[in-house]
Design a protein around this ligand. Structure first.
Ligand code: CP
Length: 334
């Protein structure tokens, strides 16, 4: 089901930073998703720019590799008419001993209004938020949170299914090492979904039930109940030791195959945050098949990141805080 028109309800937004979904209320999450629906319309037009962030400076500070998050934040800021600047840790003065905080304070001194931060250490964006005046957006901190990925997953589910409340969502794979899983869990539970975490016991600890989810270890048992499966990548880069016998055995037990899709609900929605490992977490037939919304997630990610930048700028400007104003900006540039 593709959704209705973007909401024009005012979005109450008073936060300076976006550090995670754990902190956000249901109303705040819904407000971001409504705003992102509006920005999807901007992306479908021949002139894709609005003047919302004219004169603002958005810095991308990525201390880990990225394809989707980095480029879509950059494009989102450009579509809002901000000046954008990439910071590459590998060619920076970090190699000469400059600290993370000093680096950020120097970037702030160049006039950064927003810093989009990805870092391998959980809590790194939160630390910066305590040391600089710029707005901080968490673009992934270790295995902690990846809030814009959680938001774009929620947006994709809401647009495809028309709702989130009451759905059963299976999150499959390497939950322990996944910031995507954590942001999904917080967002889905706040919006009223049932969440089942599924994977080998070494990657899905029973203790995660404390968050309000169910934990399962047999994909074939839970699959018939699922409206959505979100298939996570095995994150070997965050695993200190072998946590399952082999990739082949993992794929046999937890890989999303065409046969498994056939045994699920007819309208089973398959998500994957990317990058995907074809033949490991899911087969090429599933990744490219009719149940997959993997590329819709990427499209929606751009709209979500425009919405987040817009709402933070609303706070910076202390005047823009409703989707009606976005629609005004859009009308002005038609
Ligand atoms: N899903 C995601 O965060 O992808 P990147 O690592 O390419 O940004």
């Amino acid at each position: 089901m593709e959704p209705q028109a973007a909401s024009t309800n005012p979005v109450a937004w008073s936060r300076k930073h976006l550090l995670g979904l754990e902190d956000l209320s249901k109303a705040e999450i819904t407000g971001i998703l409504d705003t992102a629906d509006s920005f999807l319309e901007v992306s479908s037009r021949s002139r894709k720019k609005v003047p919302t962030l004219q004169g603002r400076v958005v810095f991308n500070l990525f201390f880990e590799n990225s394809t989707r998050t980095r480029t879509s934040f950059d494009l989102a800021a450009k579509r809002l008419s901000a000046d954008t600047q990439d910071f590459s840790a590998s060619v920076s003065s970090l190699s000469k001993g400059e600290t993370f905080i000093d680096t950020a304070r120097n970037i702030e001194a160049m006039g950064a209004d927003v810093m989009v931060v990805r870092h391998p250490t959980p809590g790194a964006p939160h630390l910066l938020a305590q040391h600089v005046q710029s707005s901080i957006i968490n673009a992934g901190d270790g295995a902690h949170e990846h809030p814009t990925q959680g938001l774009l997953d929620l947006m994709t589910i809401r647009r495809k299914k028309g709702k989130v409340e009451g759905l059963t969502v299976g999150i499959v794979g390497d939950i322990s090492h996944s910031r995507v899983a954590r942001s999904n869990i917080w967002g889905l539970l706040k919006l009223g979904a049932r969440v089942i975490l599924c994977g080998p016991p070494t990657l899905v600890p029973r203790s995660m039930e404390r968050l309000g989810c169910e934990v399962a270890h047999h994909l074939d048992q839970i699959l018939p109940q699922c409206d959505v499966v979100n298939v996570l990548r095995i994150q070997l880069e965050r695993q200190q030791k072998a946590l399952f016998p082999s990739i082949a055995e993992y794929s046999q037990l937890y890989g999303m195959t065409q046969e498994r899709v056939r045994r699920g609900k007819d309208d089973l929605l398959v998500l994957a945050p990317g990058p995907i490992n074809r033949g490991v977490e899911l087969t090429p037939e599933v990744a490219d098949g009719p149940n997959s919304a993997i590329l819709d997630q990427v499209t929606n990610g751009l709209a979500v990141r425009m919405a987040v930048l817009y709402l933070l700028s609303g706070r910076m400007n202390a005047r823009r805080s409703t989707t009606e104003e976005i629609l005004g900006d859009m009308a002005a540039t038609k």
